[in-house]
Ligand binder design. Structure first.
Ligand SMILES: [Zn+2]
Ligand SMILES: [Zn+2]
Length: 349
């Protein structure tokens, strides 16, 4: 397995972001990111303009953020050639993504915003849609907005990474519920726009540069093939395919880089003589051994089955034999702060 680190859910000047793909890719390369996922609102223009490629060492993958006519049910679609009309219901564009062989993630599904009337929440409400591929479990911008109060707003603007605590419990619960029924890969997103926001009516602040957000929530993939920077078009297409295969399967985990570099985190199961990893489904032959490890960092590691904690250690690894079927995942906390969220390993389901 080859680990690559990326930042997903980024808006550019093709919709309501303030940076061009080239500028954003340069910031991502500087931040050491292997890939970024650009998702402008209802447009794949970046792809049509030939910007789905490597910029230096960083691969730009182009998707789109789709929404319905009431501007709800935002869906981060990748691996598609067409965006749907914004007049159709979520069920239709979710199905269209699937039919094109693409993947999609419900964006900021439990968003609640009350701090700024001009920025209302855009939650996911269409949970009865069967073809939902996966979920964005953690969204920097949503959480930052939600945590904004009269009292902390200066601090929030000055230290945009500090107010990020953890994904919403509601989202984690929904994710576990769906994962029990069917594979439901998760990603983390930054929802970067680098917007200029008028604060208090008398000064304008940039909320906040792409560069700063690239130090926040990241999605690490464990790819089945190496992703090697190249100038060739075919090479870039192949790299995009490799990244999307890992994201689409959930061979990945989400981490907040602000609390520590999670590169090297692993979670796998030994069952029936085979080793399976995140995003895999496997039978339980009697029992399975689950193992998680952080990159040599002692953290609070929790093992959950169908959303319920079954083991907790303060260490750099966790090991546990299990017999019950379920969707298993791991969370790591560092000094009380949410750090890593693994994708599920589904056993015996
Ligand atoms: Zn959105
Ligand atoms: Zn967005």
């Amino acid at each position: 397995m080859h680990e690559y680190v990326g930042s997903l859910h980024i808006h550019t000047t093709y919709s309501d972001g303030t940076g061009t793909v080239k500028e954003i890719a340069a910031a991502a390369e500087e931040a050491g990111l292997d890939f970024i996922g650009v998702t402008d609102h209802n447009t794949l223009r970046a792809k049509r303009e030939g910007e789905e490629r490597f910029f230096g060492k960083t691969l730009v993958v182009v998707g789109a953020e789709l929404n319905d006519k009431s501007n709800r049910n935002h869906y981060l679609a990748f691996g598609v050639e067409d965006t749907s009309s914004t007049r159709v219901p979520a069920a239709e564009y979710v199905r269209a993504v699937k039919e094109q062989g693409g993947i999609g993630f419900t964006a900021h599904p439990h968003e609640k915003r009350s701090s700024m009337k001009e920025h209302p929440p855009y939650p996911w409400t269409a949970w009865d849609v069967e073809d939902i591929h996966g979920i964005e479990i953690w969204n920097h911008m949503s959480e930052w907005m939600e945590n904004l109060t009269e009292r902390n707003k200066y601090q929030s603007f000055v230290h945009p990474l500090r107010t990020i605590v953890a994904p919403p419990n509601e989202t984690l619960a929904k994710w576990d519920e769906l994962a029990r029924k069917r594979p439901t890969p998760a990603i983390g997103g930054v929802d970067a726009h680098a917007h200029k926001v008028n604060l208090l009516g008398f000064f304008t602040a940039e909320v906040f540069s792409y560069k700063v957000l690239f130090k926040s929530i990241r999605t690490h993939i464990l790819a089945d093939e190496p992703i090697t920077p190249t100038r060739s078009k075919r090479g870039a297409e192949k790299a995009v395919g490799t990244a999307l295969r890992a994201l689409g399967k959930g061979s990945s985990f989400v981490a907040n880089y602000y609390h520590g570099d999670a590169r090297g985190f692993r979670f796998f199961a030994e069952t029936g003589g085979a080793i399976v990893g995140m995003g895999d489904d496997a039978p339980i032959e009697g029992s399975a051994k689950l193992r998680a490890q952080t990159p040599g960092v002692v953290s609070e590691l929790r093992l959950l089955r169908d959303g319920k904690e079954i083991e907790r250690v303060e260490a750099d690894e966790l090991e546990r034999d299990v017999r019950k079927p379920g969707a298993y995942r791991v969370e790591a906390r560092l000094e009380g702060k949410a750090w890593i969220y693994s994708n599920h390993i589904r056993l015996g389901l």
